[in-house]
Design a protein around this ligand. Structure first.
Ligand SMILES: *Cc1c(COP(=O)(O)O)cnc(C)c1O
Length: 474
């Protein structure tokens, strides 16, 4: 591809993306109806080998249109209400494009000072913007996902509990390694269990703390009892993960109360705010995170609800030297000038290499502005509240959990799980909306998550109209 061909294709692609996000995306069924293997088969019908010589951009682009798009689920549809959003925005797309063009690997300060300094600057701005604890300044790092951030927290907590011996002598020889325990609520994200496995602690070290059956928030007295029982048995509690907005119902664990249990027993407190964390840009939502100053680490995903393209998770640690102590490596070929006076992010996470992700976040903050960001989140929260009023004023339905921020969990009242499942399937097969489900207290519930960048009040109303009509037809 020559520079001129790149220019032409690039302009064409930007135009297509602008048309797609502006309105084109509304023309597609939200959830792809593709069957397993169908897309692969279509691609193989074009060719089953790599072309010997260069093809034209037009040939490739036409295959995208004809053979790939049918297999795309349109996460950027304003009627995507499933899971949690994975938002994009024009500023973030430009940031990702510039990052691709610069092609920087910011593994150390010296390999591109701007990448490191912009990242720590932007993450400090977020501390002020979101009212986060002051000690998170100079202590933030961008990770790919909340799963990676939580894994880092688990590894640090493991090392701290083992007096920093695990990484040196290995878990088999580290004193007390067999007795480490980790606590999460029964609503916590599965990434914590995965982190326990990766960290070599074994699933048996995981303690599942029950939740309050009304709110789905962690029962702190149960946590206290479980920690004390483990201590009495000679085990070593290493980490508690509190969730700020659970995946199922956006339940908020009582961080302050959990934090005081952790302080009392010197347990690492990690707070997972993957989705709900973005709400802290709105001062009226900050009460949800009361007690966050007790956290040893905290993460949230701008790639969910802050209009920043996937992937972008922000991870803060109280005293980052513990992170560095856990991950630092120092081969000769990575020794650089100023090494001791700068942040070298390679020691703050698992991979060595890293992209220039702070660009997209910086563009978003500047090109939306604080009020632009807040207005969007407040709209989402308000439209979800309107949906709640429609659910509660229709006798056929009930809420399945207390509504929280942009999320509504609801179900057909007095009907079987199968009926609710059928309603969800019918909604999604219509192609007009995409919702997902969860199970709360053994009951199947539909989840409507309002949060896509371009969703409007009309889209949320249309979702309700469809739900009500399909309930009639059931
Ligand atoms: C979505 C979610 C995660 C996982 O996020 P990734 O960034 O995909 O790893 C973790 N925790 C909670 C509470 C979530 O909602």
């Amino acid at each position: 591809m020559t520079p001129d061909e790149f220019r032409r294709a690039g302009h064409e692609l930007i135009d297509w993306i602008a048309d797609y996000l502006d309105s084109g995306v509304r023309e597609y069924p939200v959830c792809s109806a593709s069957r397993p293997g169908e897309i692969r088969q279509a691609l193989e019908s074009v060719s089953t080998s790599v072309p010997a010589t260069a093809e034209s951009w037009d040939a490739v682009w036409s295959d995208v249109q004809n053979h790939l798009l049918p297999g795309v689920t349109h996460w950027q549809s304003p009627r995507f209400f499933a899971y949690f959003p994975a938002n994009v925005s024009y500023p973030a797309i430009l940031g990702d494009l510039l990052s691709a063009g610069l092609g920087v690997n910011g593994m150390m300060w010296a390999t591109s000072p701007a990448a490191t300094e912009l990242e720590s600057f932007v993450l400090d701005l977020l501390v002020d913007l979101m009212g986060l604890p002051e000690h998170f300044k100079g202590a933030g790092v961008i990770q790919d996902t909340a799963s990676s951030a939580s894994l880092c927290a688990v590894l640090c907590a493991r090392e701290q509990a083992l007096e920093w011996q695990g990484n040196t002598v290995g878990l088999a020889r580290a004193d007390g390694a067999m007795g480490l325990t980790v606590y999460v609520s029964d609503q916590a994200h599965s990434s914590i269990e995965k982190a326990i496995k990766v960290a070599g602690l074994g699933r048996h070290s995981l303690r599942i703390v029950p939740c309050d059956l009304e709110t789905y928030a962690m029962d702190v007295s149960a946590l206290t009892q479980m920690v004390e029982a483990d201590l009495a048995d000679g085990r070593k509690p290493a980490l508690v993960c509190a969730t700020l907005g659970t995946t199922s119902s956006l339940a908020i664990d009582p961080i302050a109360d959990i934090g005081s249990v952790c302080q009392q027993h010197r347990i690492w407190l990690h707070v997972d705010g993957a989705m709900a964390g973005s709400a802290l840009i709105c001062p009226e939502c900050r009460f949800l995170a009361a007690g966050l100053e007790l956290a040893d680490s905290y993460c949230f995903n701008p790639h969910k609800w802050l209009f920043t393209n996937f992937d972008c998770d922000v991870f803060y640690v109280r005293r980052p030297e513990r992170l560095i102590r856990t991950f630092s490596i120092m081969p000769e070929y990575l020794k650089t000038a100023h090494m001791d006076d700068v942040i070298n992010y390679r020691d703050w996470h698992i991979p060595l290499g890293r992209r220039f992700r702070s660009l997209k976040l910086w563009f978003v903050l500047r090109l939306f502005g604080v009020e632009g960001l807040r207005a969007r989140l407040r709209n989402h929260i308000e439209w979800a509240a309107q949906f709640v009023r429609m659910v509660t004023s229709d006798a056929r339905f009930e809420l399945a959990a207390p509504p929280s921020l942009g999320l509504v969990c609801f179900r057909l009242k007095g009907r079987s799980n199968d009926d609710n499942k059928r309603l969800l399937n019918n909604l999604n097969e219509s192609g007009q909306v995409f919702l997902s489900h969860t199970v709360l207290s053994g009951k199947y519930a539909l989840r409507l998550s309002v949060g896509q960048t371009n969703t409007t009040a009309d889209d949320v109303r249309a979702a309700w109209t469809l739900v009500a009509r399909m309930a009639d037809e059931l």
